[in-house]
Design a protein around this ligand. Structure first.
Ligand SMILES: *Cc1c(COP(=O)(O)O)cnc(C)c1O
Length: 367
C-alpha cells in the first residue's frame, strides 16, 4: 500500500459512547454517516456503530442509504437530502421531506394499507433545505396526508450554532417551537442538533434526537465564539492518514523543487518524495505550507503538492529510508497533526479535509 487511512473502531465507539453519555438515555443518537462517513468508510463505520447499539443512522442520499442496506445494515436510516423515490419506501429508508409539495409524491409511493413514516424538515432561518411554509400550512398538509403518511419526526438545522455573538440559533429555535406548537400532535422525534449544539451542551435544542457527524469522527468544529459555555464533550480523532516514502534524494543549494519551482533549496538538503498527492486528497494549497510526521518529528512540505506525490524536507531525519511510513494526519508518539490544523493551513474546514480523502486511498480498520 502506498497511501492509506487507518480508522480506529475503538475510537469511533468511544466517541459515540461519549455522546450518548452526555445526552443521556432519553435522547436518541443518530450518527451521521453521509459522504462515506466523512471519508472513514460508511459501511464499516455503520457496522461498528450498529454493533455499539445505534438504532438510527443518517445519510444524505438514497444511494448512500441503499449502500448500507445492501451491506446488511438493518438500523433505521434517515435520508436527509434527497427526493421521494420508490426505493426509499421499498428499502425502509426514512426520508426527510423539505417541501410540502413532496408529500403527495411520497403518499403515492406508500403501499395501500400502510403508513409510510417521514421526517419533515423546516427552514427555521438557515435559508437552505426545509419548508418555509407557515405553521398553519404545515399542519394542514400533514393532516391531509395522514392516512398514507406518518409524520414521525420534525427537524431543522442551525446555521451558526457555534456563534454565541449572534441570536440566530435562539431565533431559529423560537421559530421551530412555533411550528411544533401548531401541529395537532408532537411527532415521536423532534430534532435539531448536529455536533456543535451537543458539544457545547445547548440542552434546549436536543429534543428527542441528535444528529452528530463530526463528533463521531473525533472533531468539534468550529470552536465556539462569543459568550459560549464550556465544551462538555471530549472526543478524539478516529482516523490516521499515512503514505510511504517512495524515495529520498540530496538536492544541492539553489535547486528548485517540483512544479513551478515554488521552492528553491536554500542550502544542500535531503528531500523525501511521499506517495500521496492532491488526487489522494491532500489539499493543493498545502504546497510550501503543510507538514507531515516523519521519523517521529514534524517536517515541512516543500514545493507544490503534485497529483500523486508530495515533497518533504527530510534534512533533520537522517534515519529515514525509502519504504518508511509518513503520517499525513494522525499521532505518532505524542506528536500529532489533525484535520483542523491541516484545514487552517489550507484555508478550508476540517470537514472538507476528511471528505476530501479520495476513494483510491486504501481503508484499514484497526481496533
Ligand atoms: C451533516 C449534517 C449533520 C451533521 O453535522 P456535524 O456538524 O458533522 O455534526 C446533521 N444534520 C444535518 C441536517 C446535516 O446535514
Amino acid at each position: 500500500m502506498r497511501c492509506w487511512i487507518e480508522v480506529s473502531r475503538g475510537r469511533l465507539v468511544a466517541n459515540f459512547e461519549a455522546i450518548r453519555q452526555l445526552v443521556g438515555p432519553r435522547v436518541e443518537v443518530c450518527p451521521v454517516v453521509k459522504a462515506d462517513a466523512y471519508g472513514h468508510g460508511a459501511v464499516e463505520v455503520s457496522r461498528v456503530l450498529a454493533a455499539a447499539g445505534t438504532r438510527w443512522l443518517a445519510v444524505s442520499s438514497l444511494d448512500e442509504g441503499l449502500e448500507l442496506r445492501e451491506a446488511g445494515l438493518s438500523t433505521r436510516i434517515l435520508v436527509m437530502a434527497d427526493l421521494p423515490a420508490a426505493e426509499a419506501v421499498r428499502h425502509n429508508l426514512t426520508l426527510a421531506i423539505h417541501d410540502l409539495a413532496s408529500l403527495p409524491d411520497l403518499a403515492r409511493l406508500s403501499p395501500t394499507g400502510t403508513r409510510t413514516s417521514y421526517h419533515l424538515k423546516t427552514d427555521s432561518g438557515m435559508g437552505r433545505l426545509g419548508t418555509r411554509a407557515t405553521p398553519t400550512e404545515v399542519a394542514r398538509a400533514v393532516a391531509a396526508h395522514a392516512s398514507a403518511l406518518e409524520l414521525e419526526g420534525i427537524m431543522t438545522h442551525f446555521a451558526s450554532a457555534a456563534n454565541y455573538d449572534t441570536g440566530q440559533t435562539e431565533a431559529q429555535l423560537a421559530r421551530f417551537s412555533a411550528m411544533l406548537a401548531a401541529l395537532p400532535a408532537r411527532p415521536r422525534y423532534v430534532h435539531t442538533s448536529a455536533t456543535v449544539p451537543v458539544a457545547y451542551a445547548r440542552r434546549s435544542a436536543w429534543g428527542d434526537m441528535i444528529r452528530p457527524g463530526h463528533a463521531i469522527y473525533g472533531y468539534v468544529s468550529p470552536i465556539a465564539r462569543g459568550q459560549a459555555p464550556a465544551r462538555e464533550l471530549e472526543v478524539r480523532p478516529a482516523l490516521a492518514w499515512k503514505a510511504r516514502l517512495l524515495t529520498i534524494k540530496d538536492i544541492p543549494a539553489g535547486e528548485p523543487i517540483g512544479y513551478g519551482a515554488m521552492y528553491r533549496a536554500p542550502a544542500p538538503m535531503r528531500i523525501g518524495i511521499v506517495a500521496a498527492g492532491y488526487a489522494d486528497g491532500i489539499p493543493h494549497r498545502l504546497g510550501n505550507k503543510g507538514s507531515v510526521i516523519a521519523g517521529g518529528r514534524i517536517v515541512p512540505m516543500v514545493g507544490a503538492v503534485s497529483m500523486d506525490v508530495s515533497t518533504i524536507d527530510l534534512t533533520t531525519v537522517p534515519s529515514a529510508k525509502p519504504g518508511d511510513t509518513v503520517t499525513l494526519l494522525g499521532e505518532v508518539n505524542g506528536v500529532s497533526i489533525d484535520a483542523q490544523q491541516i484545514a487552517r493551513l489550507a484555508g478550508t474546514i476540517s470537514y472538507s479535509v476528511l471528505c476530501g480523502i479520495s476513494a483510491r486511498v486504501a481503508h484499514v480498520y484497526v481496533d
